[in-house]
Design a protein around this ligand. Sequence first.
Ligand code: NOJ
Length: 481
Amino acid sequence: MNRRKFLQTTGLTLGAARLSGVLHAAPVTAVAAHPDSFPKNFLWGAAIASYQVEGAVHEGGRGVSIWDTFSHIGGNTANGDTGDVASDFYHLYPRDIDLMKDLGIQALRLSIAWPRIFPTGKGKPNQQGVDFYNRLVDALLAAGIQPYCTLFHWDLPQPLQDDGGGWENPDIPKVFADYAGFTAGFLSDRVQHFMTMNEIRSFVELGYQQGIHAPGLKLSAQRVAQLNHYAVLAHGMAVQSIRAHARPGTKIGIADNVEAATPALETPEHIAAAHKAMREENAQYLTVIQEGRYTDLYLKHLGADAPKFTAEEMDIIRTPMDFVGLNIYQPTYVRADDSEKGYAVLSPPASFPHMYSPWLYVGPEVLYWAPRIVTDLWKPKHIYITENGASSTDKLAADGHVYDSDRVMYLRNYLRQLHRVVAEDVPVKGYFVWSLLDNYEWADGYDKRFGIVYVDFKTQKRTRKLSAGFYQEVIRQNRVV
Ligand code: NOJ
């Protein structure tokens, strides 16, 4: 799409664009078209996940998840924090929906807790769990907020881990696909978008390789490669199962945290290197899901540890999706290199700025390059930014407000790059800020806050942060403010 066409989709002509200085300077009383506007139907959302917000772990017939077990073992999480209560969204969701409505949020990305639907992972569904998500979805729709549902955001039912090793079990793809099909089956009369899984890389590498997330295992390279294969196979089988059980027209995707290769310099050689890196660094995740094959370099690097697979499995893994969801936080800068790979990954210098989480380097242009390169490589039908956001040391000020100027700075700069990519021929249809609420940040507990709304975890009181006001205005004006 060229600039003229883009301006037309936003309701502007080039002539009107010349007046933009006037529009910009005028007090904003009505939502006026602007050269920085996002397309008219661009979707502005927020994201949460079941174990991170719901709490109520013993209510509604919910079974135990691997995160309940892991977080209750001393030393596994910051301050011994668990998701037992979290942001109490299970009880407080009606209020949180009012809050979202007030902020103008148009869509909520939420996840379904597998152990609420199948307390032991499979078998007979738990009606109370089904009822809870039905109520939640109905309440969102009544408020004019579209639900986007993720089927697995890491809360694996504990019995599936105990019996067969969780994602190590060759039967898990089928078990997951059955759960996904059942759940999409009862929700798809009202939910139009499903994501099979959230961040396969994270739950595989942090949970089964490094042992710092549930279930806390440090398996060999060979076992990790094999269970990773079962995870991508489970994704593919779930896409097919959802398609078989959900209403025709239901859109199915994934929420993936690609290693977001970003050119160190925006020159042709480094841009080409970033394209190579995007494929190679995501070989066992988005690349195999898009292409139905592991890259030669991935298999060569693993050697005898490479996963065992069949051609039929590879066909299932690459089952076409309707959209690709990208969770984008920090860039991985790459440069051109003469090595076999054709690129080298730069390690961030010690002085590289980051948000409160030490891994969260600030590189706004990643929100341009990740969707740009994913589109160049695989041409997905649609892309959503299924997560983007920042942790901060948020504190309530004496006047009762939370002035998270660092998060506003982060979001403003990232959204400018999102606007840059949306103006090109890249089909990004929506953006979900992580997160609506402060919540349980896994092994980092409650110390690393990501919400645009502050949660006092003692009283469950919600306080809108400065960033909530920023996001509200972005949505209202449909442009970066
Ligand atoms: C990715 C995960 O999907 C989410 O659960 C987590 O809280 C955020 N990133 C921030 O780390």
